[in-house]
Design a protein around this ligand. Structure first.
Ligand code: PLP
Length: 387
């Protein structure tokens, strides 16, 4: 009869798991303990990115990536990504701890620093955005806070578009200002000029903007920002990867409230920063200290939501265009803002820059009273704040 597998063999996972990011700041030994030979719980990786980066890179469409990214691969791998619901991870011996501290060997220590399920979801979002790296957070605001705290310091100036999500604007106005970060606001159409003036550390903008869905020339802003030596950061929540590819247009970092289109089910808060590896890893380092990290169960739900991402977003774009056209043809509606309508001031730019026009539509019925009356008479549409 075969001998029973040893305990250490039975708890090892096969080689399908995602490795943690290589940069570790969690443990720093001034005098490393002198121990020999170690092992590790989670071993190597053959995830989607490994294949994309292999000898013959496979070019996949966003729709395909959204189904497959973040899914374990390898012999006898589970079809769905396991939820690793553990705050902490075992080390086989002190030598393994030292290797972890050096960022070697694909080891995990503590889920505020890194967690395999969260790692898989980060790989998925990075793949969707065509990013070198991604770090996920417990909310979009967690992502924005960590990014700004990581990349700007007291005395620095941020060029920011006036049309910003209210939470982001208040973060700049009420919180970061107390730490000496100055915000220079510019209208979306004046952003390129504002960046050309130089002197800023970071340019922060959205496209399409909330609520009038103005479309910013992303490529021009990214180029000018880089030319001035600053970092460009776009909040692309309104235009997820299928609709817009900010990194391909030259932006350094893209942020998402993944609470919205990426998750897609209005059941979890989540935020993402993706883009240039050096910048993302700087943000990750600060994220670990701030602690607004993503929970493994939410990471699993994000991966699950992503499987239908392309179907949902395609349908949302198609429905939004249909609704916008209908509203525009309705005599009771005074004005409709939707980049897919020829009447929108940025329609031509949107056609050049976006694949589809997004799922958000804004319209006016003329007065506050009429708007309230309309709002109170809604039957099927939920009176709720989110997208
Ligand atoms: C454009 C935009 N950015 C950021 C956020 C903040 O994201 P979260 O609610 O996930 O913190 C939101 C939320 O509504 C948003 O619409």
């Amino acid at each position: 009869m075969d001998a029973a597998p040893s305990m250490s063999r039975s708890v090892r996972t096969p080689g399908y798991w995602y490795p943690p990011p290589t940069r570790h700041e969690a443990l720093q030994f001034s005098q490393p303990p002198d121990m020999t030979s170690g092992g590790f719980f989670f071993s190597g990786v053959s995830g989607l990115n490994a294949e994309v980066a292999g000898d013959r890179p496979r070019r996949m469409k966003v729709a395909t990536i959204s189904v497959h990214a973040g899914t374990p691969e390898g012999p006898n791998a589970p079809l769905t990504t396991p939820v690793v619901q553990s705050t902490t991870f075992r080390f086989e011996n002190a030598e393994a701890v030292q290797r972890y501290a050096r960022g070697e060997g694909g080891l995990y220590m503590y889920s505020r620093d890194e967690n395999p399920t969260v790692r898989a979801a980060e790989e998925a979002v990075a793949a969707l955005e065509g990013a070198e790296s991604c770090v996920l957070f417990g909310s979009g605001m967690g992502a924005m806070t960590a990014a700004l705290m990581a990349l700007v310091s007291g005395g620095d100036e941020v060029v920011a578009a006036t049309a910003l999500y209210g939470g982001t604007y208040k973060l700049l106005r009420d919180v970061l200002s107390r730490f000496g970060v100055r915000a220079r606001m510019a209208e979306p159409e004046a952003l390129v000029e504002a960046c050309r003036r130089g002197g800023a550390r970071l340019c922060l903008f959205e496209s399409p903007t909330n609520p009038t869905l103005r479309v910013v020339d992303i490529e021009a802003v990214a180029r000018t920002t880089r030319g001035s030596g600053a970092i460009s950061l776009i909040d692309s929540t309104f235009a997820p990867p299928l609709v817009q590819r900010p990194l391909a247009l030259g932006v350094d970092l893209v942020m998402h409230s993944a609470t919205k289109f990426l998750n897609g089910h209005s059941d979890h808060l989540c935020g993402a920063i993706a883009g240039r590896k050096d910048l993302v890893e700087t943000v990750r380092g600060v994220a670990r200290k701030l602690g607004a990290v993503l929970d493994a169960q939410v990471a699993y739900d994000l991966l699950r939501g992503l499987k239908t991402f392309a179907l949902r977003v395609e349908r949302q774009c198609a429905s939004a265009l249909q609704v916008a056209r209908w509203l525009e043809s309705n005599g009771a509606v005074k004005r409709v803002w939707y980049p897919g309508l020829p009447s929108h001031p940025d329609h031509d730019l949107a056609r050049r820059q976006m694949n589809g026009f997004g799922g958000m539509v804004t319209f006016s019925v003329g007065t506050r009273e009429k708007a309230f009356r309309f709002w109170d008479r809604l039957k099927l549409v939920a009176r709720a704040a989110s997208l």
